[in-house]
Design a protein around this ligand. Sequence first.
Ligand SMILES: [Zn+2]
Length: 188
Amino acid sequence: MNLFNLAKKFPTEEHALAYWMKTRWPDGARCLACDHDKCYLIETKGKTGKVARLFECADCGLHFSATTNSLFHDSHLPLQKWFMAISLMVEAKKGISANQMKRHIGVTYKTAWYVCHRIRQAMQEGPNFTVGGPTTTVEIDETYVGGRNRLQGHKASHKGKTAVLVLAEREGQIHMQKMKKHWSWPYA
Ligand SMILES: [Zn+2]
């Protein structure tokens, strides 16, 4: 993944959010509690006056946002920066320190540490998931992370590796896929 293309693909936070929503709910938002498929988009103003977009379940009334119970849960960091952080972590063959992250995405050390921690945790604890959509091919080397040994070639076993949230590029398309199911947050 190259940061230039990432920035081009997500020039604004709106783009990033729209992309995330489509990735999370390809057929439209579903209630996080009852899985109802009718959820209304509502806009509310928070304490800071900033407009928050929430979904309201037509069945159980639950309010949730596109980031609720996801890797980005309860974070004020723009999705654009999260995507960049994920990309950096997936790409960094030797890992990336909070200090490096801080410089790369322009946040405080504390935020950088937290972001690295969350992504790393998701990488380690995420359940397996299917990589690639019907029209997208994703490089396997880029999508499995974790464990001490890097994959040796495409035929290497995935055992012990956990696929995470993937940001991969192929034929000009940027593809991100979240974990398939049972995503829960926070991890204990
Ligand atoms: Zn519901």
